[in-house]
Design a protein around this ligand. Structure first.
Ligand SMILES: C[S@@+](CC[C@H](N)C(=O)[O-])C[C@H]1O[C@@H](n2cnc3c(N)ncnc32)[C@H](O)[C@@H]1O
Ligand SMILES: [Zn+2]
Length: 365
């Protein structure tokens, strides 16, 4: 339990005031405005108050978000920490509390083995992640032929997207390039910091906000987002079915979903052997987490989404190192023909599920 923070009277700006202030200035949406979309990691309520220590009423660089339940949440380096209290980095939180005279966090961290491994792996792998995974010719082709066309089809500039497991911002930057606003949630502060730096380098930071939080309980309002993207993250989380359900709950009726992950192909062991023998990058996730199209479609349907599945990638990523650029795209198009052949279909390495949340659609905000 957290005591009410002893912040100076009148220092905090309510989200409503901040929004009114923004509207008066005609400013672009930034951290403070995003706070209106957030929920307290302790009690789940919305309506957090923004207290900038560094920054201004438009953009909090360092500050605190407080809740009527008495909890406070750290904002540092423009990243808000809304991890559930038991998963929070107690050392960072305590150091922050000491620096700003806030009540100390006396909680102990209770991470699952998987989450601890995720955090350790990604914290020490961020440079390699950028170079070997985001920069890989296979992923460039996958993005160009799968994610970009979905974006083109489903979303317009100004739409608001929730990204679960945004990592170093591979999809975040693609969204920002199109003028689409996004809120990225990830458990790794190191990965989020890299995403923030990339978005800043593009000069698009007003379109993106990044929040530490879990896929199992994303700390944002329900029925709010125009779309949700979960690319390559489901197989990392402890409870993927719940993560999917929680993500869908945060999308408005009529909103769109894009989920991409490893497919439960019977030849996966062959791929794993190849990766072991000729490593391109390291994967660090549940060994047995691969999804069939039926599994993902069932979870989506149960969560309230009418969706369709696409199977892709019938060669190991190594193949795309041999052919670059336009030939890489041709190779994926050509080999994806296998998805239309019943016996070969099951051998796909990747499954993509896209869909629309059911219910009376309301237009995008
Ligand atoms: C393979 S990366 C995908 C990143 C990005 N979407 C991409 O395509 O490059 C998986 C990400 O999931 C994050 N992650 C792992 N477990 C998570 C959880 N329980 N909740 C939210 N994010 C999680 C990791 O920190 C990592 O950034
Ligand atoms: Zn609260």
């Amino acid at each position: 339990m957290y005591a009410q923070p002893s912040l100076e009277e009148g220092f905090g700006i309510s989200v409503i005031e901040a929004m009114a202030c923004l509207a008066r200035r005609g400013g672009a949406p930034m951290n403070v405005l995003t706070a209106a979309l957030l929920r307290c990691a302790t009690c789940g309520r919305g309506g957090l108050e923004v207290h900038p220590f560094d920054g201004d009423e438009r953009r909090v660089v360092e500050g605190a978000l407080t809740c009527s339940c008495g909890a406070w949440h750290r904002v540092e380096g423009r990243i808000a920490d809304l991890m559930p209290p038991a998963l929070r980095d107690a050392e960072r939180t305590s150091a922050f509390a000491r620096r700003h005279g806030l009540p100390a966090d006396d909680g102990t961290r209770a991470l699952s083995t998987n989450l601890r491994e995720q955090l350790e792996h990604f914290a020490g792998y961020v440079d390699e992640y950028e170079r070997l995974i985001v920069g890989s010719p296979y992923h460039a082709v996958q993005d160009a032929l799968k994610f970009e066309p979905w974006l083109e089809r489903e979303l317009r500039a100004g739409a608001l997207v929730l990204e679960i497991g945004c990592g170093t911002g591979r999809q975040t930057t693609a969204l920002a390039r199109r003028g689409i606003r996004s809120l990225g949630v990830d458990v790794s502060e190191v990965m989020l910091a890299r995403a923030r730096d990339k978005v800043r380098a593009m000069g698009r930071e007003e379109l993106v906000d990044l929040v530490l939080g879990t896929a199992e309980r994303p700390p944002v309002l329900l029925d709010t987002f125009d779309a949700c993207v979960i690319n390559g993250t489901l197989h990392h989380v402890d409870d993927p079915e719940r993560a999917l359900r929680e993500a869908v709950a945060r999308v408005r009726s009529g909103g769109k979903l894009f989920v991409l992950d490893n497919h439960a192909s019977p030849v996966r062991p062959l791929f794993d052997w190849l990766m072991h023998r000729f490593p391109l990058y390291e994967e660090h996730a549940h060994e047995d987490r691969r999804f069939s199209e039926r599994q993902l479609l069932t979870w989506m349907r149960d969560a309230g989404v009418t969706g369709r599945a696409e199977l892709t990638t019938f060669l190991p990523p190594h193949a795309w190192y041999a052919v670059r650029g336009a030939s890489g795209r041709a190779l994926l198009r050509l080999t994806d023909v296998a998805a239309r052949i019943p016996l070969l279909r099951r051998l796909a390495g990747i499954v993509i599920v896209t869909g629309t949340k059911r219910g009376a659609a309301r237009p995008p905000a």
